[in-house]
Design a protein around this ligand. Sequence first.
Ligand SMILES: *[C@@H]1O[C@H](CO)[C@@H](O)[C@H](O)[C@H]1NC(C)=O
Ligand SMILES: *[C@@H]1O[C@H](CO)[C@@H](O)[C@H](O)[C@H]1NC(C)=O
Ligand SMILES: *[C@@H]1O[C@H](CO)[C@@H](O)[C@H](O)[C@H]1NC(C)=O
Ligand SMILES: *[C@@H]1O[C@H](CO)[C@@H](O)[C@H](O)[C@H]1NC(C)=O
Length: 300
Amino acid sequence: MSRAIFRISLLTHVLLVAGQRPLPVVPNVILSNGVEFPVMSFGANVWDAETTRYSTGFALMAGFRNFFSSVLIGEASQAAQAEVLGNFSRGELFICGTVNTGDGACDGLDDCYAKTKAGALGQFSVLKQDLLDMIMLDYPATGGCESIVGQWKALEELYLANKTRSIAVSNFSPDQIQCIANNPGSTLPHMNQMPYSVGHGDDTVVQDDAKFGTKVQAYSPLDAGALVNDPLCKEIGDKYKRSAAQIALKWVLQRNVSVCTESTSLVYMQMDLDIFSFNLTVDEMQRLNAHKPTARNNVA
Ligand SMILES: *[C@@H]1O[C@H](CO)[C@@H](O)[C@H](O)[C@H]1NC(C)=O
Ligand SMILES: *[C@@H]1O[C@H](CO)[C@@H](O)[C@H](O)[C@H]1NC(C)=O
Ligand SMILES: *[C@@H]1O[C@H](CO)[C@@H](O)[C@H](O)[C@H]1NC(C)=O
Ligand SMILES: *[C@@H]1O[C@H](CO)[C@@H](O)[C@H](O)[C@H]1NC(C)=O
């Protein structure tokens, strides 16, 4: 069998298997402005466009409807996401684009405003959308509050012009959100995307950001794959007939943090969404809160 034929028959098989499964019902978190945000979001990594294309298709099949498209994955991959999502019913999708004006990319209020505005406008064309559901800053600007206020002014303008239904930040400390909050009447970030996974049980980010009405979304919810072999997650998973990864994701959700995940495997994507028919007990949550995963070996 030629490789091409093998790939096609594999894809057909996968489509048939996927088609037989009832789609999971993914709950929403309600953002501070009332917008519904599905708690499970799918993001692409720095993949080639073809990988992004089939993975995004698999994610739709698995039941993901919230898509995170970071400018950091590159224009070709973002365009591939847009192409696949463009063939799906828009009203069922939540689409988030990003702007990266962190790490010295801009300096001061005017410069950070101009560069962030240009970056944000670029997202509408790359993602082929007139209206986005969210635009996020990938990083806070370096250079203090003035620069952050400039970044935020650009997103806030788009929000007030109804070009995006919500605006968000990533990797922001409470002090950096406070820079925005210092300006009375400003729209506070609806979401802060942060590294968050089992091992972050002592983090206070959820409570800290709640003071601003800002919800938290986890990136790297499996700690870059390290948790797929975590012994405690495995042990708890046995009770629910779930994998260590599924338990690790469930812990994130029960900490009131939503999840942004990525995978190229349809089976793993389906497993990621198969975590809504059980809840971890208070005792299990406490054990996981206190857990400090050690080995970062066997990373998937
Ligand atoms: C999307 O639809 C167009 C037009 O029907 C088609 O040409 C294209 O191949 C589709 N793309 C994907 C990724 O399914
Ligand atoms: C944005 O939408 C709101 C609610 O529909 C409306 O009140 C407001 O006038 C709109 N703003 C602009 C600039 O279109
Ligand atoms: C999650 O939010 C609910 C509802 O606001 C609250 O009762 C619960 O204590 C929160 N859990 C955590 C771990 O913060
Ligand atoms: C899990 O907990 C949530 C929130 O308290 C609740 O809405 C849901 O029904 C529970 N699910 C199960 C399977 O017990």
